[in-house]
Ligand binder design. Structure first.
Ligand SMILES: O=P(O)(O)OC[C@H]1O[C@@H](O)[C@H](O)[C@@H](O)[C@@H]1O
Length: 363
């Protein structure tokens, strides 16, 4: 299998950090709670500052929770957090890029997708899982999708409550980030498993003394049995930007289809997206509920990535076209809750009736 044809253009930066090192938060952080299914199970992520060059063993000793949270040397030796819920689901998150690399149901089914051309040596962002696009979705002034997927995040907190593990990663500005984006910021990313569901919460704070604006997305890669039978539900009636011909000058359309299917390259930004969309991946439905992510990006490179395009579709929660402006000290936060279900209306919310996003399942 050729992997070269699966690659997309990215200007690599020098591999400046040792792969086995994880940078850590310089100062203790406020606890950040992820959305949880039941109030009794909710607990703030306990936050502790780790040593600046903590090893995997040190991180594990500091943040590990028996049977729920551990840190290992993952692919390429990258420090990788492993979450395991008592329901039997697992998730893996690399500190490099703050990337959710894997999310498996209790039955062991992998929901995410990592491209065969993915590299784990920090020479480029990880091509797969759920990379971040921040502080720029793009195209724009800096590297495509920004730098957050291309730098080490710090492990800042971990918790376990009611069998549900959570971890918080933090990214702050550095000499490297300020060289291309001259702003002081703190991004806090909490990933948790709630039963078998994967939850995320991204919070961005302006820690500087002047306003800034950013765009962002969770660039989620989902595995599909066959791109030609996969479809996305929930986008009908929305205005979308078709970026296939020219991402800088997209054409504007209205989505007429109940099910968005794939018969060629797709690169669409759906505006004013609903709080729930779902992807039929050929084995069931990946339901993606979100709050404060106003857009959904649907992307398949089609035969531009001949070696792998049949195997994945990106459905991204995004703030891609309307920048968020933050005054000094101000914060923005957005959440997702993803579940894999044969019946998205019942399975996900049956155990989570209190969750705000579950209200949308009543439709
Ligand atoms: O950088 P990656 O992971 O190869 O993804 C690139 C693609 O990412 C998508 O989010 C964009 O909508 C596409 O325009 C872009 O080509």
């Amino acid at each position: 299998m050729s992997t070269a044809v699966c690659s997309s253009a990215f200007v690599a930066r020098p591999n400046v950090a040792a792969v086995r090192r994880a940078t850590a938060a310089a100062a203790p952080l406020r606890a950040v709670a992820a959305p949880r299914p039941a109030r009794a199970a909710r607990a703030a992520v306990r936050v502790q500052a780790a040593a600046a060059t903590a090893s995997v063993d040190e991180l594990n000793a500091q943040f590990g929770k028996a049977g729920a949270v551990s840190v290992k040397e993952g692919r390429g030796g990258l420090p990788t957090v492993v979450l395991q819920s008592s329901a039997g689901a697992t998730a893996e998150i690399t500190l490099f890029g703050g990337c959710v690399l894997s999310w498996k149901t209790a039955a062991g089914k992998e929901i995410l997708y990592v491209r065969p051309d993915a590299l784990f040596d920090k020479s480029k962002p990880i091509s797969g899982g759920i990379p971040h696009c921040f502080p720029q979705f793009g195209p724009g002034a800096i590297q495509l999708h920004g730098f957050a997927r291309n730098v080490d995040w710090s492990l800042a907190g971990a918790s376990e409550a009611g069998g549900n593990p959570a971890v918080t990663l933090v990214l702050t500005d550095s000499e490297y980030t300020r060289a291309m984006w001259p702003h002081a910021f703190k991004a806090e990313y909490t990933v948790s498993l709630e039963g078998e569901a994967l939850h995320t919460r991204l919070k961005v704070t302006n820690t500087g003394d002047k306003p800034f604006a950013f765009t962002a997305s969770l660039h989620s890669y989902f595995g599909v049995a066959d791109v030609e039978t996969a479809n996305v539900r929930g986008l009908q009636g929305l205005e979308y930007l078709d970026r296939v011909a020219d991402a800088k000058h997209p054409s504007v359309h209205q989505e007429l289809r109940e099910l968005v299917t794939f018969r060629g390259p797709v690169d669409s930004v759906y505006k004013a997206a609903p709080s729930k969309v779902s992807l039929d991946n050929g084995a069931g439905n990946v339901v993606i509920a979100s709050q404060q992510w106003p857009e959904v990006v649907v992307w398949t490179p089609w035969t531009a990535m001949e070696a792998c395009y049949k195997e994945f579709v990106c459905v991204e929660n995004a703030q891609a076209t309307a920048p968020v402006s933050l005054e000094p000290g101000a914060s923005w936060a957005a959440t997702t809750a993803m579940a894999f279900a044969s019946d998205p209306l019942e399975d996900f919310c049956a155990g989570n009736p209190e969750e705000p996003e579950c209200l949308v399942y009543d439709d």
